[in-house]
Design a protein around this ligand. Structure first.
Ligand code: KIV
Ligand code: ZN
Length: 387
């Protein structure tokens, strides 16, 4: 059975770039946008054009450059924002305007000092105005995660009637639990008239570490677009991580969902974004962290050397990492020592290995990690020659 396609909407250059200290210049944004296009994302959110002349210039340059993906610009439900975004996107092969407004009671009361009906009117007016510039209009119901489902369904119905092609349901504050977020998407699928004319989109933040789980719950319940960033960068604790959702869908074929992302480019893309943004991921980051395919305890190393699948559920080559790493530490066993020694030219006999192992442990106890250079030193100290 053919899999359903989940569109990958990358917002590294918009929500990701909002992070303090992560400023990119136009040239860097172009390099990343070109890479995202080659990576195979469906939509690139290039920026928030009205926010600054620099952002306008970047969105315009990205719109001219990108060959395959839809290029999207963010706006508030404000006519001038929409007009400026349309102008910035005018060279895009496939332009999209992403407009929206806060729909939770907290946003309606404190941000807008307004009421539910008036917010729907503003949402509808924004979508209709955007439709005057482009066919592809995405509407975001900001703080949808904390918006009452019945009211959210009314908002969605109204903006679909006004012409919205995509409905973004952001868990802006990263509050929802996966069951709750999945149920919200299901509720909208079942209760919004005209929902079949639009694509539901997940946009989850990671305040409680649930962004990826929530996005997957959304897709399981019928969302067909996931908004995410490379390395999960974004406001506060970040956004859903692109590499995580892509690999979850790949590693779980029973979900029957796929993406158009070339997974072999995930690691190098992650590295590229880290370097340009100066924001480095933690070693234990899923999929792209430096320890994601590294094994350091003796029991695990022994298993992986016998068969990689004993402790790895992904082939590192699938994400562009050349091989699993067997890290030598004082927790490593004989199998790991023999394996790493062999990699640098020493084929140890069982006798040699047994004699060497206690000396290796002594050496390893004084270091965090035993690297190739240390292996040569240990061998030299014990009169073992390359063979
Ligand atoms: O998190 C959010 O709600 C957003 C919207 C502006 C789409 O980033
Ligand atoms: Zn966001």
């Amino acid at each position: 059975m053919a899999k359903d396609h989940v569109q990958i909407f990358d917002t590294t250059l918009r929500d990701g770039e909002q992070v303090p200290g992560c400023k990119l210049n136009t040239e860097q944004k172009l390099i990343i946008a070109e890479r995202l296009d080659v990576l195979g994302v469906d939509i690139i959110e290039a920026g928030f054009p009205v926010s600054s002349p620099g952002d306008f210039k970047s969105v315009e340059a990205i719109a001219k450059l990108v060959k395959n993906a839809t290029v999207c610009g963010l706006t508030r439900s404000v006519e001038n924002d929409i007009k400026v975004a349309a102008e910035a996107l005018k060279y895009a092969k496939r332009p999209r305007i992403h407009t929206g407004i806060g729909t939770s009671d907290s946003h309606i009361q404190f941000k807008f000092n307004s009421n539910r009906d008036a917010i729907i009117e503003r949402a509808v007016a924004a979508v209709k105005y955007a439709k005057g510039f482009v066919e592809d209009v995405e509407f975001y119901a900001e703080d949808a995660g904390r918006t009452d489902n019945e009211y959210l369904a009314r908002v969605c119905e109204a903006v679909i009637k006004a012409g919205a092609t995509v409905l973004n349901i952001p868990d802006t504050t990263g509050y929802c639990l996966p069951d709750e977020y999945g149920a919200k998407i299901k509720y909208l699928k079942e209760n919004v008239a005209g929902i079949d004319k639009a694509t539901l989109s997940c946009h989850c933040h990671n305040d409680l570490g649930l962004a990826t789980a929530n996005s997957i719950a959304g897709a399981i319940n019928g969302a067909r677009q996931i908004e995410c960033t490379i390395n999960g960068i974004g406001e506060r604790a970040g956004n859903t991580s692109l590499e995580e959702v892509v690999m979850i869908l790949k590693q779980h074929p029973n979900l029957n969902l796929d993406t158009g992302v070339n997974t072999k480019l995930l690691y190098s893309t992650s590295q590229m974004v880290q370097e340009h943004m100066g924001m480095f991921v933690q070693a234990n980051k899923a999929v792209v962290g430096s320890n994601a395919f590294a094994h350091s305890s003796g029991i695990h190393q022994d298993g992986v050397i016998k068969n990689r699948e004993t402790y790895e559920i992904m082939d590192p080559e699938d994400v562009g990492v050349t091989e699993s790493a067997i890290v030598l530490t004082a927790r490593s066993g004989r199998a790991a020592l023999a394996y790493r020694a062999k990699n640098v030219g020493y084929e140890l006999t069982k006798l040699e290995l047994d004699a060497l192992y206690p000396k290796f442990l002594e050496y390893a106890d004084s270091k965090k990690e035993v690297v190739d250079e240390d292996i040569h030193i240990i061998m030299e100290q014990n009169n073992i020659k390359v063979n």
